[in-house]
Design a protein around this ligand. Sequence first.
Ligand code: BYC
Length: 312
Amino acid sequence: MTENGRLAEFEARIRRGEKIEPGDWMPEDYRRQLIRMISQHAHSEIMGMLPEGTWIARAPNLRRKMVLLAKVQDEAGHGQYLYHAAETLGATREEMIEALLSGKAKYSQVFNYPSLSWADMGVIGWFVDGAAILNQTMLARCSYGPYSRAMVRISAEESFHMKQGKEQVILLSQGTAAQVAMVQDAVNRWWWPSMMMFGPHDQESPNSPVLIKWAIKTRTNDELRQDFVNQIAPEVMELGLTLPDPDLHIEKATGNWIHGPIDWDEFWRVVRGDGPCNAERMAARRKAHDDGLWVRQALEAYARREAGVAAA
Ligand code: BYC
């Protein structure tokens, strides 16, 4: 079959809603886009352990500590599924990790902000995991089988993450004046970074057209961001809290909550490495990688021994 014939058959499969599987023919650009997106997603899960990880030892009680510990461990598991999904496309674990550690690879900008109080654990769960779920529920329908299946499992776990966060925000918003002030401050600091997680506006999103054409993404950055505001804004206000957006209002005709302008200069500054915690996050990740060297060496030695036993 000619290259054009293969492409036509591939696109017909996508139109029929079939999943593309690892051994199937796919255009190089489809493979490249998936490796880019899945590896960035995996890096985000791993880097995303850091803002919450720092609070495990400072959790206010045993129950909160267990919940937070379970959540942070889940994020490591998500990273694992996703690195595996990218490996099915020919990317190696070593090159993906090298790209992250050298600062070449992107990961979600939202994890480059500091978690300053215990209330951040509630707001991160509600806003950051809430934003992630909207995006991942869409990706569970994506045309690449391994990514789509990983997303089904990850979304189920994220749903627990969001609920535990929301529960904490509800509780703090009904607490003492100091607790209300603490949770309002966390809401103020995490709102805009969470809004930015969905990526640039549609007209500024160079990857969207091809991702949508090949059903990797089935909704645009702005559509998902709108769902997020519609979902969160009324619930935050119901708790007596406010969002740091003086322009936020309901549009009567559509029922949408319309938000004010997003500071894209800040977004790109953080993506390019100059956010409040980029250097700290990268240093923590590099240290964890170095500290884990003995584990990788032990695994390699074990694999060599097993291979030797099998060959004998
Ligand atoms: N941060 O063309 P665009 C979690 C980049 S973790 C940094 O719209 P695309 C959690 C983008 O990569 C789950 N960079 O891109 C873990 C592109 O650059 P390149 C996080 C961003 O791919 C622990 C350029 O901007 N979720 O839930 O069409 C604790 C132009 O953008 C960002 C995912 O990773 C950003 N926010 O759409 C708690 C979801 N946004 O690569 C929670 C998977 C954009 O061309 N990813 N850029 O150099 C996606 O769904 C899509 O990649 C995006 C961007 C919607 C993020």
